[in-house]
Design a protein around this ligand. Structure first.
Ligand SMILES: [Zn+2]
Length: 255
């Protein structure tokens, strides 16, 4: 498996990264997890517009799904005619949400995307084995564990403190965990994690490597890293757009 961080900005795009988007590749299959604001542009650095085989969205906040509406336009209006539907796995209501984003009726959206409603549990997408768990966020949100050839990635999506996240990430080689808040910020419970809380979840799950993501552009990156340091003692780094993870990738520079 090769994982490319396309977008890791939290809540809104930043100057150096779109909002959430991750490209997972194995055996020639390309799975996109989340497609937040601005992600479709940068995604084209790593995959052709029509080389995406499936999409999975964690939840329907704009910073995780807004460019699904844009991508519908891309698949609807190519010079050589509309493209066949590809699978889109998402929470209940994803088709309605994409229709709103793409200014299209639901049947038109369903002609380009075949929607599959997420539920907790395991299922296959191409060569990947996915396990979905509900996270602790104000709208229905799924975190994912993705396995291929014995290598395991866990992704928190957006979540407050969550036992389900610890289960999902247990013994994963890499945990991509959101760290939206810094200590001392007005962090509402059941919404997002601080960097310190993210590190505590990683430590409890016993992950091989922690990459903090969903980094809000106005937060100090050095402070984010420093607040996680010491709570999780394994390899620790911050996500950047373009970062590559996977069994063949060297550990990213962190501390
Ligand atoms: Zn959210």
């Amino acid at each position: 498996m090769r994982v490319t961080v396309v977008g890791c900005a939290g809540s809104f795009p930043g100057p150096d990264s779109p909002a959430s988007c991750y490209l997972l590749e194995a055996e020639g299959f390309r799975l996109v997890i989340d497609l937040g604001n601005g992600a479709l542009g940068v995604l084209q650095r790593y995959a052709g517009l029509f080389d995406i085989d499936a999409i999975c969205v964690s939840h329907l906040h704009a910073d995780h799904c807004a460019d699904l509406g844009t991508y519908w336009v891309v698949r609807q209006y190519p010079d050589d005619g509309p493209k066949p539907p590809i699978p889109v796995h998402g929470p209940r209501g994803t088709a309605d949400r994409v229709a709103g984003l793409g200014s299209a009726a639901v049947p038109a959206v369903q002609a380009r995307f075949s929607f599959h409603e997420l539920e907790p549990g395991s299922f296959g997408i191409g060569p990947f084995r996915l396990t979905a768990e509900r996270m602790n966020h104000p709208v229905e949100t799924f975190g994912f564990r993705v396995e291929h050839a014995g290598w395991r990635l866990a992704y928190s999506a957006d979540t407050g403190e969550s036992e389900a996240l610890v289960r999902l990430a247990a013994d994963a080689e890499v945990l991509l965990c959101e760290a939206s808040f810094l200590d001392g910020q007005d962090a509402r419970p059941d919404l997002h994690l601080t960097a310190r809380q993210a590190a505590a979840h990683a430590a409890r799950a016993g992950v091989g490597q922690l990459v903090l993501t969903h980094l809000v552009p106005w937060n100090d990156r050095d402070r984010t890293l420093a607040e996680a340091d010491g709570i999780y003692t394994g390899p620790l780094s911050l996500a950047t757009s373009g970062l590559v993870l996977g069994p063949a990738a060297p550990p990213p520079a962190g501390r």
